[in-house]
Design a binder for this molecule. Sequence first.
Ligand SMILES: Cc1ncc(COP(=O)(O)O)c(C=O)c1O
Ligand SMILES: [Zn+2]
Length: 414
Amino acid sequence: MSALIGLQCHLCKTMFPAEAIYVCDRCLGPLEPVYDYASMNLTREKIAGRPENIWRYRELLPITGEPRTGFHTGFTPLVRCNRLAARLGLSELYIKDDSVNHPTLSYKDRVVSVAATRASELGLEVLACASTGNLANSVSAHAARLGMECCVFIPDNLEAGKVLGSAIFGPTILAIAGNYDDVNRLCTQVADRLGWGFVNINLRSYYAEGAKTYGFEIAEQLGWRFPKHLVSPVAGGTLLPRIARGLRELRTVGLVDGELPRIHAAQAAGCSPVVSALQSGADHLELVRPNTIAKSLAIGNPADGLQVLQTVRETGGTGTAVSDVEIVAAIRLLAETEGIFTEPAGGTTLAGTIDLIRRGIIGPDESVVVCVTGNGYKTAEVMNGQLVEPVRLSRAFKEFEAWWESRQAPQSVA
Ligand SMILES: Cc1ncc(COP(=O)(O)O)c(C=O)c1O
Ligand SMILES: [Zn+2]
């Protein structure tokens, strides 16, 4: 049975039916699902007995029938990182690793599983999105799985791996001459005109709820408790506030108690409208034109930016903006210490964590979860010229031996 009551305006609290609508027609506020928490009767045991995917928390997700996709999405590893912790001077550090999320290797499979199931319930025939790459990959894969028509809109400068990661599933791909914010503006017009199911526009109220599962899993995997700090990437601003919303819901239904983590927002310095507002104390965002290698985070006009500001401030978090050089160094550090290969979004959160430690905001004995939300194999370009080249040898053993001996020779001191 579904606990979904309807959609409610985040600002003026007007209620709406659970359809493909996303803004309040009275005040233009965003719409959020409302649930009957009292009817849920969720227990830790009940959840533990369910399959390890996002739907183990299905009462807290906005669908009315059975899940239709995402049966292998979520329940990604929460990796205890002792070697990395030692390097950073921390005692309890975890990576929540959505670089291995199924099926398209980013956190977006969570939000798309929910939006695509809802789109299918609502009888929509075309699944679409405006994307910086990962979302297009995920929409394409889930549409293929559901046998839906699919059309994804992306900026025309994306990494080859991100384009391939959509094309393989056979959608129509529209590469638009412009940045994400231009793509999104165009898609809003298309959504109004054609009635397609744009997961992050007219299905946004459902889509965003899928991001709560990232937070649910962190709490469950820590043994039903919250960490002291959590460092989240911010692009459009879906993930960060929904982690907090999810954690609050766990308290509401009685699964966890305790204080929410301090939730920190990490952005690339080349696109940091949210972090700038956090640092200046502003209550609005100055829009920016992105210029960073973290293309998945390159959104200058974040749809949910104000919700990010509110959540970070309410939880006692802060903002951190890091350079492209720091992002690449953090990608390497994570790979070399923990065997996890992330894309620049994950480099951004780890570099941001390092900055927060340096600033004394994260203390050495406080537990930290760093969000790694995407996979490095999709953004191979950013490592060009950064890594040690293979040693090239012929097939002859003698050549190997000569190389090996040269390596064993004591280094001469200049
Ligand atoms: C890998 C990755 N991480 C994080 C994000 C941030 O997403 P948002 O702030 O829109 O939830 C994105 C968005 O595209 C992404 O692709
Ligand atoms: Zn309203």
